[in-house]
Design a protein. Structure first.
Length: 256
């Protein structure tokens, strides 16, 4: 057994993802801790949606969890670590989003968001057509397509910042998911179709419900899933922040 193969490994991955963003939340420039209320409210709804989806797919055998790397406690058929995943990953993601909004004064994607939206919509539509009825990739692509159409039709101003955050987050996302889907992920090709050779998994995916393609050990399908998870949290937080700003402006106007 290697040194990194232990019961609490999934928990360790969750905490490693959360640690730096949580510490930097008190940065005097970004002050992300002031948005904790918006994050917790958003995460309650969006995270709840993903957990119910996760529990259903786990029950259906679309994916499963290796007890060798779990502490043991479960709720709704999901290990404690999986519940924490839907807090830690979104927290790190939206922290990155707001940090980039503050520090990147000229977003290089400011005029590319609509093009990226349409490209993503076409990609999701193509994945649905090509892989239906493989539940994971088909349903994830459908949800992402619906969300992207909504964001594009409503000309959401945060899309360029969202895309920038998504691209910046891809390397750490691939690494963290690589650990979850194959502890020795670096030993595999960058892109391959040999999931059957991956043996040391924390999270296992049924081969009949995804594309079969892997980035190291991470299913390519997770790129769509990850985007949807980040996008729904960003949209929820931006909506709450805008609502509170309008309330504050109205209150000031009344007292003026």
């Amino acid at each position: 057994m290697e040194w990194y193969q232990f019961k609490g490994l999934y928990l360790a991955v969750d905490l490693a993802v959360l640690a730096l963003p949580l510490l930097l939340s008190f940065d005097k420039n970004v002050q992300f801790y002031k948005h904790w209320k918006h994050f917790f409210l958003t995460n309650l709804g969006v995270g709840g949606f993903f957990i119910l989806w996760d529990a259903l797919f786990s029950e259906m055998g679309v994916w499963a969890f290796n007890p060798d790397y779990l502490l043991g406690p479960e709720l709704l058929g999901l290990p404690l670590e999986e519940w924490l995943f839907f807090f830690c990953i979104p927290y790190a993601s939206v922290f990155t989003y707001f940090s980039l909004k503050h520090y990147v004064k000229r977003n290089p994607l400011i005029h590319a968001d609509t093009t990226l939206n349409f490209a993503a919509i076409l990609t999701c539509a193509g994945l649905i057509i090509a892989y239906f009825p493989r539940y994971y990739i088909a349903l994830t692509s459908f949800y992402a397509l619906v969300w992207l159409v909504w964001a594009t039709r409503n000309s959401k101003s945060f899309m360029a910042d969202l895309w920038l955050a998504y691209f910046v987050l891809l390397p750490p996302f691939i690494i963290s998911n690589g650990v979850l889907t194959g502890l020795s992920f670096w030993e595999f090709p960058l892109l391959h179709h040999s999931a059957e050779n991956i043996l040391d998994q924390i999270v296992w995916y049924h081969p009949g419900h995804n594309t079969g393609w892997r980035i190291f050990t991470m299913p390519v399908d997770d790129l769509v899933y990850g985007f949807l998870l980040i996008a729904m949290h960003v949209a929820g937080m931006e909506r709450l922040i805008t609502r509170d700003q309008r309330k504050a402006a109205l209150s000031q106007a009344k007292t003026a």
